[in-house]
Write a protein that binds this ligand. Structure first.
Ligand SMILES: Cc1cc2nc3c(=O)[nH]c(=O)nc-3n(C[C@H](O)[C@H](O)[C@H](O)COP(=O)(O)OP(=O)(O)OC[C@H]3O[C@@H](n4cnc5c(N)ncnc54)[C@H](O)[C@@H]3O)c2cc1C
Length: 502
């Protein structure tokens, strides 16, 4: 085997966590290779249903550190990628009997104190009998609380991390699995298998195993001890029983679990619940319907459910009898001299800091001088008003879109709004040689032209129709129709490319 790649760090796994690690490490001057056996953000990261969750007011003081970190982090993420986040106002309804509330009142006060970055409206009590958010609720839910949360596009966040890593010099190999990992003096040798069975040898001084649910498979392959993790399951359903406005809700199921109801536009609402994996998935669907029906006047039936899905991912398990650390991940280093660091858990709220910590551990061993930096630099396209992350980029995003619509007045305003949300300031790269709608190329799906498809293939590692749809969540067509049309275009474009090359 020829070892054609020689690097400081091999990151295995191109989900949110692996991409964030590759970005951080490349920015500290390490030579980085990331391999992902499928497409970027294809697994857990594609399914993550936000809001961020852990920014909800906490009654339990054990969670205060988590709350502080999550609140600070949502502001950092928004400033770095203002195009990807959407502020949500979340309502927590209560009956008169439930609403004693000194604990929650002080938690809300604390939340306002912690969230002093100025990006979000403050948390407050709300009289639901006289507020639009109370309209669809049963009358006994007469008052409640309202706090701010953020919904992020996790797939795009992953892709932008990978793009930034690549722009910092990292090698990003999608559809390339790590098939074997062996310790050798001073490091590791890995064999990567790409599409069509092509193998590549990698010599690396360190490895980070960010394979999510496959973390132990990689460790077993490297003949290392496996790590403990607990399965968590998220069940989501999309319902036509929408709530009639833009407020989201945080409800309590009868068994105490939290249920989120987030309006999706087009008359839909997304309901989700997370459980440790001792409930059956069917029970989760029933829990979601029952909880909705307990709070809302309109009643949800099976006929209102457009789709539902349940997925399991691995979270860091708690150590019995120990006070739990205020973070949702664990980093385990297997060897001292040439580290193999495995990541268990992590979330949207913690991924950037997790990457800082993981790379910090590796960098120290490799004697790299670079320090933490990712909170000070925008992700690709996030530099709407300059390269430094700013509150202005978040609060004046709508003005940025307005400016772009004026600049490209020849293009449909809805198209420019969509490009701004997906690509941020990179929309100018996308449109740099265009002066008319004809320059966008053929419209392959409604609102999706050849120019954008080429950009996704060339700049964002999209290879198939599903990759494109994952990155753009696009269009009124059904997924199957869209796939057929995109696949036909990809075949044609690949044939054209091939003909031009020979
Ligand atoms: C249904 C669901 C809902 C969730 N909801 C929330 C939420 O509401 N809020 C929240 O904060 N978090 C949520 N999470 C968790 C969140 O999605 C994850 O913490 C995060 O996205 C996981 O990222 P990851 O990179 O660790 O894992 P993944 O995204 O699974 O990435 C691991 C990658 O490793 C690749 N891989 C595996 N083996 C190999 C190999 N041998 N070689 C190369 N590549 C390999 C896989 O293909 C995969 O792409 C949810 C997760 C799920 C599944």
């Amino acid at each position: 085997m020829d070892f054609t790649i020689d690097c400081d760090l091999l990151v295995i796994g191109g989900g949110l966590i692996g991409a964030a690690i590759a970005r951080d490490a490349a920015g500290r001057g390490l030579s980085v290779t990331l391999c992902e056996e499928g497409d970027l953000a294809e697994r857990a990261s594609a399914l993550s249903c936000c809001p961020m969750r852990d920014t909800a007011p906490a009654e339990d003081p054990v969670h205060l550190t988590t709350l502080r970190m999550a609140i600070a982090e949502r502001e950092t993420l928004l400033r770095c990628a203002p195009q990807l986040g959407k502020c949500l106002r979340v309502v927590v309804p209560q009956t008169a009997a439930e609403g004693s509330g000194w604990k929650i009142r002080s938690a809300i006060g604390l939340q306002n104190l912690l969230g002093k970055g100025g990006l979000f409206p403050a948390s407050r009590e709300v009289d639901l009998l006289h507020h639009a958010a109370g309209g669809p609720l049963r009358p006994e839910y007469s008052h409640g609380w309202m706090y701010s949360d953020v919904a992020f596009d996790v797939v795009r966040l992953t892709v932008l991390n990978a793009m930034d890593a690549a722009e910092g010099g990292a090698r990003i190999l999608t559809r390339t699995a790590c098939r074997s990992l062996q310790r050798v003096p001073g490091g590791w040798e890995a064999v990567l298998r790409g599409e069509h069975g092509k193998t590549t040898g990698v010599r690396t001084r360190s490895v980070i195993n960010a394979t999510g649910g496959s973390v132990n498979a990689v460790l077993q392959d490297a003949q290392c001890d496996t790590v403990e993790a607990k399965a968590r399951r998220s069940t989501q359903l999309l319902s036509t029983r929408h709530v009639g406005h833009e407020y989201a809700y945080l409800l309590r199921a009868a068994d105490g679990r939290q249920v989120h109801v987030v309006p999706q536009g087009a008359g839909m609402a997304l309901l989700s619940v997370i459980s440790d994996d001792d409930h059956a998935a069917d029970d989760d669907i029933a829990t979601l319907c029952q909880t909705f029906n307990r709070y809302f006047t309109a009643q949800m039936t099976a006929a209102d459910v457009v789709w539902s899905r349940s997925n399991v991912w691995l979270a860091a398990s708690e150590t019995p009898g120990k006070r739990q650390p205020a973070r949702d991940y664990r980093l385990t280093t297997t060897t001292e001299e040439a580290p193999l660091l495995s990541v268990v858990g992590g979330s949207l709220s913690s991924h950037r800091r997790l990457a800082e910590e993981a790379v910090g551990k590796i960098a120290a061993r490799l004697h790299s001088q670079g320090g933490t930096w990712t909170d000070q630099c925008c992700l690709p396209g996030g530099d709407l008003y300059g390269p430094v992350p700013s509150n202005r980029a978040v609060s004046e995003f709508h003005l940025y879109v307005q400016g772009a619509k004026q600049r490209y007045s020849w293009a449909p305003p809805l198209l420019i709004a969509r490009y701004s949300r997906l690509y941020g300031s990179r929309l100018h790269r996308l449109l740099e040689n265009c002066a008319s709608v004809e320059d966008l190329g053929r419209e392959i799906l409604p609102g999706m032209h050849e120019l954008e498809l080429r950009y996704l293939r060339e700049m964002e590692w999209a290879q198939t129709a599903v990759d494109i749809l994952r990155r753009t969540r696009s269009g009124p067509l059904s997924q199957a129709d869209a796939q057929v049309r995109l696949d036909a275009w990809i075949t044609e474009a690949t044939a054209r490319q091939y003909a031009a090359a020979v």
